[in-house]
Design a protein around this ligand. Structure first.
Ligand code: NAP
Length: 303
């Protein structure tokens, strides 16, 4: 049996294109919030459960897009966005598209041009939580593009989580996504490597995790990274409490310990190499945060 909650029929209709794990979570959340929800997916069978709960399955992409003033696109990548929306390009004029797939800033700019040429309002976005957390008020969603498109649909976007508007530049959402995911993977690898190293002596993971997390958060994240963030912008790396030369020694010990214990040593070796490069650039007497200069320089030479 299909139904829409009668008390909430005044909420604006929304269309969701793409029903992978994330698109299913988006559409399911919008339905639960009371938005009349139209969906479309290349493989229509994936809409069966949503339809049984009250969603409408568009008979075509054009039919789905014209059902709502706002269409959320959640496909694998930008290439699939064009593949799906090109045949329905005539229907997007005067409507808003919010693209939530991952990609690069350049891809976001190209998609913005594609939408502008067809008269659509376009926001690029990035989802910073896994599907089960969609709909939680604290779940961070990043958006960039024209402020008026964000403001017009802000209330609907709030049904999905905590919408953060980053600015007019449409590339900002995916840029932040890449930066935050880079942080996540580097931190997870750091933790997994450390756990493997401790585990090489038979230390149980739960025991090590308790020590590691309770040391890392106050000592490294709060006291070093958050507190000294302004120093990074200022290029201010006083080495009076410990120098990069001293840290190079520590990185060397980590790499040698890995070899002794028979644990993968490439990650500490790479970190050692980056620190050595900063020292070679004249930062040996600075504190460890001076490796920031190496990262910035590599970014500049890559563009
Ligand atoms: P996904 O595997 O990245 O995307 C699946 C969706 O893309 C399905 O709707 C699939 O259609 C469609 N698709 C793929 N290639 C297509 C093509 N050539 N033509 C038409 N449709 C095509 O799964 P997902 O987890 O739902 O992710 C969607 C987006 O959300 C991705 O960009 C991902 O980076 C982002 N995201 C995902 C998560 C997560 O934890 N899952 C978290 C944050 C962000 P079919 O069903 O027909 O195959």
């Amino acid at each position: 049996m299909t139904h829409q909650p009668s008390t909430q029929l005044s909420l604006p209709p929304v269309t969701v294109i793409g029903l992978g794990p994330m698109g299913l979570a988006l559409a399911g959340t919008l339905l639960r919030s009371g938005h009349p929800t139209t969906v479309w997916n290349r493989t229509p069978e994936k809409a069966r459960d949503l339809v049984s709960r009250g969603a409408r399955l568009g008979v075509s992409v054009a039919d789905a897009v014209t059902a709502s003033p706002l269409t959320l696109v959640c496909l694998k990548d930008y290439a699939s966005l064009y593949e799906v929306l090109d045949p329905a390009a005539g229907t997007v004029s005067g409507r808003a598209l919010v693209n939530l797939n991952s990609g690069t800033p350049q891809e976001a700019h190209t998609a913005t041009e594609w939408a502008a040429e067809r008269g659509a309002g376009y926001l690029d976005g990035a989802i910073m939580v896994p599907p089960p957390l969609v709909g939680d008020p604290g779940s961070v969603f990043l958006y960039s593009g024209p402020r008026e498109v964000f403001d017009a649909h802000r209330a609907t976007l709030e049904s999905l989580g905590d919408p953060r508007y980053l600015g007019d530049d449409p590339g900002l959402a995916v840029l932040h996504n890449a930066a935050l995911l880079g942080l996540m993977y580097a931190t997870m690898n750091g933790f997994l490597h450390a756990t493997a190293l401790a585990g090489s002596a038979g230390v149980p993971t739960a025991e090590f995790a308790d020590l590691a997390v309770n040391w890392f958060l106050p000592t490294v994240v709060n006291s070093t990274l958050a507190e000294h963030a302004p120093d990074l912008d200022a290029g201010h790396y006083p080495g009076d409490l410990g120098t990069l030369e001293m840290n190079l020694n520590a990185l060397d010990h980590i790499a040698r310990t890995c070899v002794e214990q028979g644990v993968h040593a490439e990650q500490p070796r790479l970190m050692r190499e980056i620190a050595a490069q900063a020292i070679g650039d004249g930062h040996g007497g600075s504190n460890y945060l001076a490796v920031f200069e190496v990262f910035k320089k590599a970014a500049a030479s890559a563009t």
